[in-house]
Design a protein around this ligand. Structure first.
Ligand code: HEM
Length: 387
């Protein structure tokens, strides 16, 4: 059914080893110092925050010696200071101009933007007593945890989906891969369950999310480490959206593309201008292949993969709307420009984007369901050979 378009091999094991390796690094010797952060944030002590940042900031010479793993561990720790200063309305580069050259050099080494991303905040953040947080609260610990439990399974699902593109619809292997995706994706949904149960919507809306605000470097904004930077849109891309014509969603995906792991970015780019899985199978099932029960099983199992997205997006949208409802109440009393900006997530979008993406996802699921019923319909005049 397909030619093999890939030359690069991405291994989940190497990505999870990388997570552990970076988490263990402390190139700025910040393990002890960074624990002052929740206290300084609570006091809104911007002077001490700047001094701490200057204290851990490596020299250009040191940065030149960093490999990409050390650069990422350093960006992680500096990132906690950047997000903290910004939370207290201090634009870091205005106070420390040399930040720009240093972050740019570390960003170049990391293959990511010149600031911290969701990866730095979550899977590259050490556990236990070495864990870095802005606030030290249980809510924040659980917010980090909700992404950690979801991230690696999602990466595995993306790699499996890439394999699915190379698997024939008439091979029993197709269904097996889909079943693996369904099983793994349970953990992604578990991330949402943790956030729903353990992160207070009002604390998120009125405190936590401000640490993820964009900062200015190189005369432009770089987004903060919000969960919107999960590679969920890469999963969408391979499954249903690489050939989706919706302009708003294309812009959304391209906004976050620089912030995801370079390996995930490569997979996304491999599928640029290619047919998505759903389009491919619908074309095949719409008359080009003879009916058989293996193909029907494959189609149904692909449909289960699509429905996973709904199981993630519906409760997630509810969490987001609940959280932002708390801010809106405040905005009735304070309607400044800043509050208008703050009705938006760390990625700069309002919760409307979640409704839009959910609608697009549902349209594709419906398209696949129609294609499955046509495929099964006896009146379609297919040559029925049930194996
Ligand atoms: C208190 C909890 C949360 C709130 C209030 C929240 C809110 C939001 C908002 C407002 C957006 C729109 C984009 C933007 O940020 O500008 C968004 C997007 C997104 N968030 Fe969350 N979020 C939360 C937790 C999570 C968790 C735990 C995950 C994953 C485990 C997650 C994954 C995503 C993804 C993948 C998107 C992109 C849109 C999509 O693919 O549907 N979020 N979130």
């Amino acid at each position: 059914m397909h030619s093999a378009p890939f030359s690069v091999e991405v291994s989940v094991t190497s990505l999870s080893q990388e997570n552990e390796y970076i988490s263990n690094l402390d190139p700025l010797k910040a393990d002890q110092l960074i624990h002052k952060l929740p206290f300084l944030n609570q006091k809104k002590d911007t002077i001490e925050l700047v001094l701490l940042l200057v204290d851990i900031m490596p020299s250009m010479n040191e940065i030149h010696t960093f490999d990409k793993y050390q650069a990422n561990a350093a960006i992680r720790d500096i990132g906690f200071l950047l997000g903290s200063l910004k939370r207290h309305q201090v634009e870091p580069v205005n106070i420390i101009p040399e930040l720009e050259d240093k972050m740019n050099l570390m960003g170049e080494k990391s293959g990511l933007p010149p600031r911290d991303t969701l990866l730095h905040y979550t899977v590259w953040n050490p556990t236990d007593f070495r864990r870095r947080t802005y606030t030290g609260t249980q809510d924040e610990q659980f917010l980090i945890e909700s992404v950690v439990v979801a991230m690696e399974p999602l990466v595995r699902c993306i790699i499996l989906l890439r394999n699915l593109h190379l698997t024939s619809l008439s091979s029993p292997e197709f269904k097996i891969i889909c079943q693996e995706i369904v099983a793994l994706f349970e953990n992604v949904i578990e991330g949402i369950v943790i956030a729903r149960r353990k992160v207070s919507p009002s604390y998120f809306a009125n405190e936590l999310r401000f640490y993820f605000d964009p900062i200015i470097l190189n005369n432009r904004e770089y987004l903060g480490p919000g969960a919107v930077e999960m590679p969920m849109f890469v999963f969408d891309h391979l499954l249903w959206s690489s050939d989706c014509q919706d302009e708003e969603y294309r812009i959304f995906k391209e906004t976050y593309l620089p912030y995801i792991h370079p390996e995930m970015r490569n997979i996304y780019l491999e599928f640029e201008n290619k047919s998505s899985m759903v389009s491919k199978v619908c074309r095949l099932a719409d008359g080009q292949v003879e009916f058989n029960s293996i193909i029907l099983d494959s189609l149904k199992s692909l449909s289960s993969c699509c429905r996973l997205l709904k199981s993630f997006r519906m409760p997630h949208k509810k969490i987001a709307e609940e959280a932002y409802a708390h801010t809106k109440k405040q905005d009735l009393t304070f309607t400044t420009n800043e509050n208008t900006h703050r009705n938006h997530g760390s990625g700069g979008y309002s919760t409307d984007i979640l409704t839009h993406i959910l609608n697009l996802t549902n349209q594709k699921i419906d398209m696949l369901e129609i294609c499955i019923s046509n495929f099964q319909a006896p009146e379609s005049g297919r040559n029925i050979s049930r194996n």
